[in-house]
Write a protein of this length. Structure first.
Ligand SMILES: Nc1nc2c(ncn2[C@@H]2O[C@H](COP(=O)(O)OP(=O)(O)O)[C@@H](O)[C@H]2O)c(=O)[nH]1
Ligand SMILES: [Mg+2]
Length: 281
């Protein structure tokens, strides 16, 4: 069956319709937000598993060549834990959903999600919706005990992606609490998520502050809004923080690119110096 595309205001309803049309094992290829004359609508594209595998990512022309190469190596004992931290609105939850569902990132891995953003209204729903779409388990933790239980329930996963609250300056205690929860999960990687258009002095301050939270990578988002900005990538080289992934739009999961793809695009649009590759893990 070819790909079925449904449009409407209610994602949950669209998913049900997709399952009715295709069957219970319908694979969701993308969920996209559309601005229409009737307001915000959603587009869900779905296919049966065979067509979905064949359609691959040709639905969109997004360069994905290097994404697989940018997936981390699996760990031998226990799930690989990757947390995304960073300012509110940077794109953490959206990027997490892209990573969880993009077939070229963790395709074939058993993925689980843990949400620690219990502070912001709607944050849990946002994460749960993405998890429901992708049919992957999602745990929400409010404190240390919850977290241990959540971690235990996801023990059979190959990778656990951890969503965290923003770092609003006025809520230092909340932030520290969330940092402690992240550390309790002993993440292999902690990616600081920063929009590409962030002024370099602000990005530098965020990085300095987040070093205490044990960040291992930068993840640069929203390149569609600042296609010519390379300031945050420059910082990654200067400060020795590798970049594995970048994002370039709101569409889950397709607006995700490997750092290599982004750097190649930046080099084409502006004659950039060398050095990013050393920072790219
Ligand atoms: N233009 C653009 N918007 C994005 C991108 N990634 C996320 N967003 C949007 O940024 C807003 C905040 O994203 P969200 O994931 O909730 O941020 P969080 O607070 O860090 O979890 C949402 O409207 C997203 O759709 C991107 O790469 N480009
Ligand atoms: Mg969020």
């Amino acid at each position: 069956m070819p790909i079925k595309t449904l449009v409407g205001p209610n994602v949950a309803l669209l998913l049900k319709q997709a399952q009715t049309a295709i069957g219970a094992d319908a694979v969701i290829l993308h969920v996209r937000r559309l601005r229409t004359a009737d307001g915000i609508q959603f587009e869900v594209a779905a296919a049966d598993p065979t067509s979905a595998a064949r359609s691959d990512l040709t639905v969109r022309g997004t360069p994905t060549r290097a994404l697989e190469a940018m997936a981390p190596a699996p760990v031998a004992n226990g799930p690989l834990v990757i947390a995304l931290v960073g300012p509110t609105g940077a794109g953490k939850t959206t990027t997490l959903a892209k990573l969880a569902t993009h077939p070229r990132v963790f395709g074939g891995w058993r993925v689980g999600l843990i949400g620690l953003d219990t502070f912001r209204i709607g944050a849990i729903e946002q994460l749960r919706t993405y998890a429901a779409i992708a049919r992957i388990p999602c745990e929400i933790a409010y404190g240390g005990d919850d977290l241990d239980q959540a971690r235990a329930r996801l023990a059979d996963r190959d990778v656990i992606l951890v969503d965290t609250p923003g770092r609003s300056a006025g809520h230092r205690l909340d932030r520290e609490f969330a940092q402690q929860l992240v550390q309790r999960l002993e993440p292999r990687e902690v990616h600081l998520v920063i929009p590409a258009g962030t002024a370099p002095h602000l990005a530098r301050a965020m990085i300095r502050e987040s070093r205490q939270a044990g960040i291992t990578h930068l993840l640069v988002t929203k390149f569609d809004e600042a296609p010519d900005e390379s300031g945050v990538l420059d910082l990654s080289v200067e400060l020795g923080l590798p970049v594995r992934w970048t994002t370039e739009g709101q569409d889950v999961p397709f607006d995700l690119a490997s750092a290599d793809d982004r750097i190649a695009a930046s080099r084409r649009s502006r004659q950039l110096g060398t050095g990013y590759h050393e920072a790219v893990a």
